[in-house]
Design a protein around this ligand. Structure first.
Ligand SMILES: [Zn+2]
Length: 367
């Protein structure tokens, strides 16, 4: 284990083998010409069925999904023409990451009290439908990204789901299903960049023996899950880490991972729960230039840049990740990941930073 200031870095032997193997096999699936000829704007994957009813005062902010989409349209980040609607994920597709028994029980409502407590949700048909559309959305984001270079869903990132059980608000592991789907094509390799504040334990477990999928997680060591799994590269950061140090942590690892593993697609989990105001996350990232103490400067930046989000840690993070990947000719499919606040509009705007940063990458990279 290497130790840096405020973080620990666990790099497994298994990871070394994956990188070594990658040095000898590499295949590119990014069709740059196609991107230029066909695209009119950043592809956004969305579905009205990403959401379902929950009891009043439930901790999970279910209504954020339609609100993210609402703000993207309202703020003219996207137009309706850019929206792709996923199909519901079939049981067949889901079975590439989940056991038959788990899927049968989950889909048919054969779920006991203890299992429901572990997921944080009471079972309902609506919940099953929502999770299946969300997973279909992440798969579609990857398919579109392979064609166009970049695509973002307005949901996804359910990384705590294991093959045979759900956990921590995650019932189906959309990232795992998508990566499994992608590697069904021979020689294709996938890098999962998981920057949600919680470790992607389900995803790490699912791909621990899979050389064509590399799992990279930057998370707060003191956040859920208590018992971590081993990703190919885990960066566990300390409570209270702020924008600058967090960004330099990501910058210290992503470039060499891309150069060494040489993925054919990056799945990016852009969870906003590292934000300082998040109800569950224990880090201190900003979303709208809050760290700028001088009110006058805030107003000037707001006028000049239309919004202070350009100064924020989350915006810089998302911009950096997507630019680093796309500029190497590797497509990115991004999902919104976790984010927890009772103020749904504030939270939805925070999640929309991902799409705003992606729209900037789309413009600047001439996609
Ligand atoms: Zn999270």
């Amino acid at each position: 284990m290497n130790t840096f200031r405020g973080m620990s870095c666990v790099f497994s032997n298994r990871a070394r083998m994956k990188l070594l193997a990658a040095a000898f096999t590499s295949c590119r699936c990014f069709h740059a010409e196609q991107v230029r000829l066909e695209s009119s704007g950043l592809p956004i994957i969305h579905h009205s069925q990403y959401v379902c009813d929950l009891p009043d005062k439930h901790r999970f902010p279910m209504n954020k999904f339609p609100r993210v989409f609402h703000f993207l349209l309202k703020d003219q980040v996207i137009t309706e023409k850019q929206v792709w609607y996923p199909e519901i994920a079939s049981k067949d597709l889901l079975s590439c990451a989940h056991t038959e028994e788990y899927l049968d029980n989950f889909i048919n409502g054969n779920v006991n009290e203890q299992e429901q407590r572990r997921t944080g949700f009471s079972w309902s048909e609506g919940l099953v439908r929502r999770c299946r559309y969300e997973t279909g959305g992440t798969v579609l984001a990857a398919q579109v990204a392979l064609q166009r270079g970049l695509a973002c869903s307005t949901a996804g990132g359910t990384h705590h789901a294991f093959p045979s059980f759900g956990s921590g608000f995650c019932l189906l592991n959309d990232l795992a299903v998508t990566a499994k789907y992608l590697i069904s094509s021979p020689k294709r390799k996938v890098l999962i960049v998981d920057l949600d504040v919680h470790q992607g334990d389900g995803t790490a477990f699912i791909f621990k023996e899979e050389p064509r999928v590399f799992t990279f997680s930057v998370h707060c060591g003191k956040n859920f899950p208590l018992r971590k799994q081993q990703s190919d590269l885990d960066i566990s950061v300390e409570v209270g880490l702020e924008d600058k140090e967090y960004l330099s942590t990501v910058e210290a690892h992503l470039p060499w991972l891309l150069e060494t593993f040489r993925p054919d697609l990056v799945l990016y989990d852009a969870g906003v729960d590292p934000h300082w105001e998040d109800e569950l996350g224990k880090l201190r990232l900003t979303d709208r230039g809050e760290r700028l103490n001088n009110k006058h400067l805030q107003i000037i930046f707001k006028l000049l840049l239309n919004d202070c989000e350009y100064l924020s840690g989350l915006f810089q993070r998302d911009l950096y990740v997507m630019k680093s990947v796309v500029s190497r000719g590797v497509p990115v499919a991004a999902v919104i990941g976790g984010g927890y606040s009772r103020d749904i509009d504030k939270l939805a705007l925070r999640h929309s930073i991902l799409h705003r940063a992606a729209a900037q990458v789309w413009r600047e990279c001439g996609m």
